[in-house]
Design a protein around this ligand. Structure first.
Ligand code: HXC
Length: 515
């Protein structure tokens, strides 16, 4: 065949990355190569490469002699669970996976194609940052990518998987994308590395401590998912994609849509989950597990802002997003971290037509100077804004406390929830009975012969009157009070009814979310 030899030579060359020695060094660090990662991520044989023959144009600092086919990033289309995605995988063995003008052009071309055909973009990041020899052209390349990340936001899901260095301005592409995955010990993200930190602030800190997976999973909240190795991480990417639609115009409906609930959806164990004492904790994870399809709960940011739980699950085989207060941690209070965490999750679900189930057991917002000085006013408002703007089907279930402003914020009827249910154990009030009695009966308690007894009596009075779901139900703020064991049936029924929900946005450019 004419031209076959050159064809074969080029194809082999483009598979070799930066050569055997660098590939071995990559493996010694416990890292896979760019192509090996694609093998784990994609359905077998589904990868269609684009740009494997691209080379850089730099003729400075000796780079004219270091030309590698593909220029340090493997790009193309493939499928995950049969669903098409666009994917780029940076190759650290080629000039440290650094981003040149042409490397950037390949990613940009891929993103533009992903937007035209409406498929998720997955980026596997392993790069020393801007290609130093190229100067401003590589900076331009980053900005071109950031710009497209913003344009693509809300149109197609964007996933960033950090599998090596990701430093300097390079972090801002993952930061704009929807989901960040990290691998423990071998990946890190920071704006300035340990050396610069030492010079500027005199702090001594390792890369891992400054911006490793654990740091971002527990302290900054920047990493949504972390895993001990690359294979588990890539398998989790496959799992997350299984919940998501390819783009914002497609509903994530599977099969013939929401099923009719049956008697098999009864969950008697839920009748025993809320303790007698209103101040005793119980594990909201157990409630979620009982409500959703078995094994379908994929928690997001499990190690950050644990007083609120967010994540994806399936009910009747359909994707839902779950937001739930966790009484086991800080009594399920809303604080800065929990508010921001939940708000961003709600925004994602709303952008991609994923119905929201909200489980409420919230004693209010966390008091204190730390919270106030770090902006609980604006951060709480983010969650309020996110729920209020969400037009996807929204179902709330109040399991116990729904106090004060947090009652309003947690997907109440007043801010547009579609179906609001409550268990008989629900307490819907301005504040907890003790705090309420201490304020409204202050002088009566103080002047009484036995203040403690009077307080208890007033607490009981307040509890009887307000710490139940019936006043809210009588006003229609709660649509029904249901037995816990019936919850799965009722929620399935609610989402089934809401699957035809239409939304008509107001004619405005956009609101001004309290960012
Ligand atoms: C060109 C680079 C490179 C870069 C690494 N290499 N980073 N080449 N541009 N940015 C090359 C190395 O020369 C080396 O080539 C190979 O990649 C592997 O690098 P090593 O240093 O041997 O690897 P390792 O010890 O694992 O260290 C990895 C590293 C280190 C920590 C990433 O390479 C490093 O600090 N690189 C520079 C990081 C940096 O300052 N980047 C610019 C940031 S500013 P050979 O031929 O030996 O294999 C930035 C701005 C973005 O990114 C702004 C956007 C707005």
């Amino acid at each position: 065949m004419k031209g076959f030899e050159t064809y074969q030579e080029k194809k082999i060359q483009s598979m070799q990355g930066g050569g055997t020695a660098r590939m071995e060094a990559q493996h010694r660090k416990g890292k896979l190569s760019a192509r090996e990662r694609l093998d784990v991520l994609l359905d077998p044989g589904s990868f269609e490469e684009m740009g494997g023959l691209v080379t850089h144009r730099c003729r400075d600092f000796g780079l004219e002699n270091e030309v590698y086919l593909g220029d340090g990033v493997v790009t193309g289309l493939g499928t995950v669970n049969g669903q098409r995605i666009a994917v780029f995988s940076q190759d650290f063995t080629v000039l440290g996976g650094s981003l040149s003008e042409t490397h950037a052009e390949k990613i940009i071309k891929l993103m533009d194609l992903a937007l035209r055909i409406g498929v998720p973009v997955v980026g596997l990041n392993d790069s020393g940052g801007a290609r130093i020899q190229e100067g401003v052209t590589s900076l331009a390349g980053y900005a071109d990518i950031f710009y497209r990340n913003v344009k693509a936001s809300g149109l197609v899901p964007q996933l960033s998987v950090i599998m090596g260095p990701c430093a300097g301005g390079a972090v801002y592409s993952p930061a704009i994308t929807d989901w960040i995955f990290m691998v423990e010990q071998t990946s890190y993200m920071f704006v300035t590395g340990p050396n610069v930190v030492k010079t500027v602030t005199h702090e001594e800190v390792s890369s891992e401590e400054l911006g490793g997976a654990t740091t971002h999973a527990t302290r900054s909240g920047i990493a949504h998912f972390t895993y001990p190795n690359e294979v588990e991480c890539l398998q989790a990417v496959r799992r997350l994609l299984s919940y998501l639609p390819p783009n914002c115009a497609v509903r994530p409906l599977r099969g013939s849509g929401w099923p009719q609930p049956t008697a098999s959806d009864r969950r008697p164990a839920l009748d025993r989950i809320v303790p007698e004492s209103s101040n005793s904790p119980y594990d909201m994870q157990e409630v979620i597990s009982a409500l959703v399809d078995e094994g379908s709960w994929m928690e997001v940011q499990p190690e950050y802002g644990g007083n609120i739980l967010v994540g994806f699950a399936r009910m009747g085989d359909q994707t839902i997003g779950v937001v739930a207060n966790q009484p086991m941690i800080l009594a399920g209070v809303l604080d800065n971290n929990a508010s921001r965490k939940a708000a961003r999750f709600v925004r994602f679900c709303d952008a991609f037509q994923i119905p929201l189930l909200v489980l409420v057991d919230v004693p209010g917002f966390l008091p204190g100077t730390e919270q106030e000085w770090n902006g609980i006013i604006t951060n709480g408002a983010k969650l309020l804004y996110a729920f209020s703007e969400a037009t996807v089907p929204r179902v709330s279930l109040i399991t116990r406390k729904a106090y004060g402003g947090a009652y309003d914020v947690m997907n109440s009827k007043h801010i547009g929830a579609d179906i609001n249910l409550a268990w008989p154990s629900a307490e819907i009030a301005v504040m907890g009975p003790k705090g309420a009695a201490e304020i409204i009966f202050k002088s009566e308690i103080a002047s009484s012969k036995n203040p403690e007894e009077t307080l208890n009596q007033k607490v009981n009075e307040y509890t009887e009157k307000f710490a139940n779901p019936y006043i809210a139900a009588s006003r229609g703020f709660v649509d029904d009070v249901i037995l816990p064991s019936e919850s799965r049936m009722r929620i399935l029924g609610a989402f089934g009814a809401l699957q035809t929900k239409a939304h008509q946005p107001l004619p405005k450019k956009h609101g001004n979310i309290p960012l």
